[in-house]
Every structure is written in C-alpha cells, then in structure tokens.
Design a protein around this ligand. Structure first.
Ligand SMILES: [Zn+2]
Ligand SMILES: [Zn+2]
Length: 112
C-alpha cells in the first residue's frame, strides 16, 4: 500500500545509495506515517538538496517528492524533461515559473 504522506510503498527503499553514511551523517526528512527517511542534506558547494537534481526515472523522483514539499512547504510536481538528443529526466518544481527559469538557465548553459 502506498503511503499517503510520502508516496512510497516501501518504507525502507531510501536511501538508495550509501545508506549507512546517509542515515548517520545527513539530515533526514522522516515520514510521520511510515517512518521512511528521505535525505535533506545540502550539497555544500551548490547549496542544493537531492530533490533539486534531475532524476533518471519517475519512480525515483517520486521517492523524493515529499522531501521537496517539506522543504518548500508547498505542493510540488514532477516534470518530465526531454532534451534535444532525446534524453529524458525528471525534475521536481513547485511552480511553473521555477520550471521556466530552470529551462532558461539550461539553454544558457548549453549555448556556452
Ligand atoms: Zn543523504
Ligand atoms: Zn511514508
């Protein structure tokens, strides 16, 4: 059964990589319903959390959706982004404006 709070069926599916290191040293969002831990650690260089990065599948993005909403304190959506060469990635935003800003930044980055 899918958890209503964190949208996952498996309360132990995260962390996906380096579980021990993550649980011991990283700040976690702990689901109040199923107890699942979702990493909230900020990458010190870029000040970004895991949910800020693109995901390679919708399933993985869903696992981090709740941590985005807890951080932003608003409802978030997962957007499918298809690059010119056909590569698909998934990214979490809370507003369409954020998506547009990201795409603009991406385009600038590619033009360099
Ligand atoms: Zn972590
Ligand atoms: Zn849960």
């Amino acid at each position: 059964m899918k958890c209503e709070e964190c949208y996952s069926e498996d309360s132990r599916i995260t962390p996906l990589m380096g579980a021990k290191e993550c649980l011991e040293n990283h700040k976690q969002y702990i689901c109040g319903t199923c107890g699942r831990c979702i990493c909230l650690e900020k990458d010190p260089k870029r000040n970004l959390q895991r949910w800020n990065f693109p995901f390679k599948s919708l399933e993985i993005a869903k696992l981090y959706l709740r941590s985005a909403e807890a951080t932003i304190k608003n409802v978030c959506r997962i957007y499918e982004i298809i690059s010119k060469n056909g590569r698909i990635s998934y990214k979490i935003f809370s507003t369409n404006d954020e998506l547009v800003n990201y795409l603009k930044w991406k385009i600038k980055f590619l033009e360099k």
